[in-house]
Design a protein around this ligand. Structure first.
Ligand code: BES
Ligand code: MN
Ligand code: ZN
Length: 500
């Protein structure tokens, strides 16, 4: 989708469809065709959030969408409204859509609002049809389908909207870049395990490194894990025929960061298929465990976005990619393995594999000089019980950094809720024969216990663990209802931005 911006009235653009947001108590602009006021007067068009009406005037289609009260119009509501409009627009075979930026006071700044409209539209336009053969439907079905994508999106801001040409252009371009990265992460997530192997994910990361000057990428296989004494990660990988991939990415900005800007570390769990291993999962919905690489996908694409935006902050990323499968070589319950920092781990449950992969990846991020670390992982089913698909779970050893990470997510709509760490939870992960156990017998505080385990591998570095098991797919938001959500990409970019 081509995305651009324009300052004069949207009616002047060559779009076939114009989207107009209706804010409670705010009259339509004087330039709006009288047909729109007629729809409002008749009650067909309403200010109620998400309500839709369509008119034809001045040789164009006009979609009116209710935005509710101005002071409740957050960026997240704008994303949702944009997705609602997108749905109707593509149903009506729109090719070029022009969104008129509301020019009334709202809960977010005009630049933020413009960005949110772009994000909501691009995210809603996402489809994963790589594996659909062209001739899958009948000719009639194909004809009925029509275009399900927009070709072009134009954000138009009247001079009264209070944003200049350049600021609008910048906000729109940045939002499009980041939303494209989210969709790229969704592509990685949606790809099935036989296609997106750990090696294939490593190749995707390499490709980005080759394309972006300031981004360097290194991928190591099982011999790399052995050389680094990453016994925890290697234990998970040993049951699979597929080679694991330890993906290390380094973004060094062309312009040096301001003094005191910390080196940010991003760590992602990328289990490209989690069968549970010897502690095999039940069959129902096991296919969903192809999404168990969602944290890694978000980290890879966030790195690309941060580098493309040329943000003045140094960022290192570590993604641990492997399958978790049962086999004659697989790690077994009771086995004791040694992580790269020397800590020994009793593997009580081979299905608690994410924390073993992350243990070594977190140590690696620390040794690469990360001064703040966020990890993203589909780590526990328990976080879905606790928070559903609404919030990710956030756990941290540092209040200030936690507030920053949670705050970044608030502005992008990727919200997370802090869960506590306490020394009593540390007792739960103590091992009987080794230092730690990866899965305590009774399933108390499952999500927190995962974090308590991970906290053994970050040393003193301020760190936030985001458990995204409930938000990485089937998010249920209008712009990402089913399948991969790309959760975390925008949050990580925003976090990097917060230091710039
Ligand atoms: N990948 C799963 C967590 C998961 C479950 C994500 C359901 C999304 C939906 C993880 O590797 C896992 O299996 N965790 C176990 C941990 C337990 C054995 C301590 C779990 O949550 O049951
Ligand atoms: Mn598992
Ligand atoms: Zn897993």
């Amino acid at each position: 989708m081509l995305v651009s911006s324009v300052i004069p009235p949207a009616g002047a653009s060559d779009a076939d469809t114009v989207a107009v947001g209706l804010i409670d108590g705010v009259p339509l602009s004087k330039e709006a065709p009288p047909e729109l006021s007629a729809l409002l007067d008749s009650g067909e068009a309403r200010v109620t959030f998400r309500s839709l009406a369509v008119a034809h005037a001045q040789g164009k289609r006009w979609i009116l969408v209710g935005l509710g009260k101005g002071d409740e119009l957050t960026a997240e509501r704008a994303r949702v409204a944009a997705a609602v409009v997108h749905g109707r627009a593509v149903e009506l075979r729109t090719l070029a859509l022009c969104w008129q930026l509301p020019n009334a006071p709202t809960a977010s700044e005009p630049a933020e609002l413009a960005g949110a409209l772009v994000e909501g539209t691009i995210l809603a336009d996402y489809r994963f049809d790589t594996f659909k053969s062209k001739s899958a439907g009948t000719a009639k079905e194909d004809a009925d389908e029509g275009p399900r994508h927009l070709d072009r999106l134009i954000i138009a801001a009247a001079p009264e909207a209070g944003i200049g040409t350049e600021a609008l252009e910048r906000a729109v371009a940045a939002a499009a870049l980041v939303a494209d990265s989210v969709n790229a992460a969704r592509d990685l997530q949606n790809r099935p395990g036989n296609d997106l192997t750990p090696t294939a994910l490593g190749e995707e990361a390499r490709r980005l490194g080759a394309e972006i000057d300031t981004l360097s990428v290194e991928v190591e296989d099982s011999s790399g894990l052995a050389a680094r004494s990453m016994g925890a990660f290697a234990a998970v990988a040993q049951g699979s025929e597929q080679e694991p991939a330890l993906i290390t990415m380094h973004y060094k900005p062309a312009t040096p960061p301001a003094d005191g800007t910390p080196v940010l570390g991003l760590v992602g769990k990328a289990v490209t298929f989690d069968s549970g291993g010897i502690s095999l999962k039940p069959g129902a919905k096991m296919w969903e465990m192809k999404f168990d690489m969602s944290g890694g996908a978000a980290v890879v694409q966030a790195m690309a976005a941060i580098a493309r935006l040329a943000l003045p902050i140094e960022v290192v990323a570590v993604v641990g990619a492997t399958e978790n499968l049962p086999s004659g070589r697989a790690v077994k319950p009771g086995d004791i393995v040694t992580a790269t920092n020397g800590k020994t781990i009793e593997v009580n449950n081979t299905d608690a594999e994410g924390r073993m992969v992350l243990a070594d990846c977190l140590c690696h991020a620390v040794s690469l000089g990360a001064e703040r670390i966020v990890d993203l992982a589909t780590l526990t089913g328990a976080v879905i019980v606790a928070l559903g698909s609404t919030y990710a779970g956030a756990m941290s050893n540092d209040d200030e950094f936690a507030a920053r990470v949670v705050g970044a997510g608030e502005s992008t709509g990727e919200i997370s809720w802090r869960l506590p760490l306490h020394s009593e939870y540390d007792d739960l992960v103590k091992g009987q024969f080794g230092d730690l156990n990866n899965a305590p017998e009774d399933r108390k505080a499952g999500t927190i216990v995962g974090a308590a385990f991970l906290s053994n591998f970050v040393g003193e570095v301020p760190w936030v663990h985001l458990d995204i098991a409930g938000t990485a797919w089937d998010l249920g938001r209008t712009y990402a209802p089913k399948g991969a959500s790309g959760f975390g990409v925008r949050l990580l970019v925003e976090l990097a931005r917060s230091y710039c």
